[in-house]
Write a protein that binds this ligand. Structure first.
Ligand code: 0X9
Ligand code: CA
Ligand code: CA
Ligand code: ZN
Length: 371
């Protein structure tokens, strides 16, 4: 007869190996997508191969304790040289698989092209040298690993944090940011809803980690990050704030900034063939990341809804892995454009607006005026 102690011991030992989400992986037909452990080993390899320009680090932990991995890409990596900063992030929403691939592509692109003599190589070398680029690869790793336990996939959107006082699990991370949280009927107060906003603003640890990281980039009272893209799927859209209001020019946005958002949004959409508009006109939402990024930090923050057009069904969330490389490449020039504009987003409105708003020694680092 097995003793009670042996049984308890067996249970304790079995628990770490019995957690299916830790082992969950993409099926063979989608093997080119990165599950969380594959992403982690990939970015560590890139950092090991390019230690002069790439550093990986964690900005915090998910509800289930996974590290929220990020990379810094710049010359003299790890040193604050006062350069304009750019942020990219992916996978707020678990089932939006393609949105985790573009951040990995951006890291690979910058690392691999650095120092090359081709036109692209020279352009990227300059951007790496004169910018500090931050990439947060998967904001919602718990949700992704859970999504992968379904065969095929669970169509899961939220994180995996239980809601206190209920039997429900998950907060919509793109409804949990603290600017005008829950203000306007653009999120649900029902814990079972897929767009549940959480019991209070910032209740999700993943969202707090993003907040704390962005806040940490305020140095001597100035926010260093000037431009940002958060990647989602689907719809083939470039969206700018606000999501909470339909007003094109609400009191919490200047006319100049509105014009710069439009100009940059449209310029990026010309490069990838997406449609560009204010996010509210897709549908209203509140607690949205880019609303907070712009309202609190005046960051020129965009949501990209990646391939394909439309949205809301499995075929939109789960395109075959054969499209990953093509859709990543399709967004290359928009990414490089926004990195270029981080010195002076108003340059999107022309040389004169740049001079007026970013000082006489303005240099866009794209045309090489030699100042
Ligand atoms: O609803 C969202 O969070 C985003 N769309 S998704 O299908 N990826 O879930 C939209 C974010 C931009 N906000 C609004 N359009 N309101
Ligand atoms: Ca395939
Ligand atoms: Ca640098
Ligand atoms: Zn999304």
């Amino acid at each position: 007869m097995r003793s009670a102690l042996t049984a308890v011991l067996a249970l304790i030992l079995a628990v770490p190996f019995a957690t299916p989400a830790n082992a969950a992986d993409y099926p063979a037909k989608d093997a080119r997508y990165h599950a969380y452990p594959e992403m982690v080993s990939h970015i560590k390899q890139v950092a090991a191969k390019h230690p002069d320009i790439v550093r990986v680090f964690s900005i915090g932990q998910s509800h289930q304790g996974r590290k929220l991995w990020a990379a810094e890409i710049s010359d003299n990596v790890g040193v604050d040289e006062g350069e304009p900063e750019v942020l990219f992030d992916g996978l707020h929403h678990a089932r939006e698989h393609l949105s985790a691939e573009l951040p990995i592509y951006i890291l690979d692109l910058l690392a691999n092209q650095y120092g090359r003599q081709t036109d692209l190589g020279q352009r990227i070398t300059k951007l790496v040298n004169k910018r500090r680029t931050w990439v947060v690869f998967m904001v919602n790793p718990d949700g992704l690993q859970y999504d992968l336990t379904g065969k095929p996939y669970r169509a899961w959107r939220k994180n995996r944090q239980p809601t206190p006082g209920t039997s429900q699990i998950g907060t919509d991370l793109n409804r949990n940011y603290g600017y005008r949280w829950g203000c306007c009927g653009g999120s649900s107060g029902r814990p079972s809803a897929s767009d549940y906003r959480g019991p209070r603003a910032w209740s999700a640890p993943e969202v707090r980690a993003m907040r704390d990281f962005v806040n940490s980039r305020v140095v001597d009272g100035v926010q260093r990050v000037r431009t940002h893209i958060t990647f989602h799927t689907a719809g083939e859209l470039v969206l700018w704030p606000y999501a909470y209001t339909a007003k094109g020019l609400p009191p919490d946005m200047t006319a100049l900034d509105r014009d710069a958002f439009k100009a940059m949004g449209r310029a990026m959409a010309r490069t990838n063939g997406y449609r560009a508009k204010q996010s509210n006109s897709l549908y209203p939402s509140d607690g949205d990341m880019i609303d907070w990024m712009y309202a609190r930090h005046r960051i020129f923050s965009f949501t990209f809804e990646l391939y394909p057009t439309g949205g809301g069904t499995r075929k939109h969330w789960y395109p075959p892995d054969e499209v990953i490389a093509r859709e990543n490449r399709r967004n290359r020039d928009a990414v490089l454009y926004l990195m270029g504009k981080a010195w002076c987003p108003y340059h999107a409105l022309g040389q004169q607006q740049a001079r007026n708003n970013c000082g006489p020694l303005f240099d866009d680092f794209e045309t090489g005026r030699g100042w």
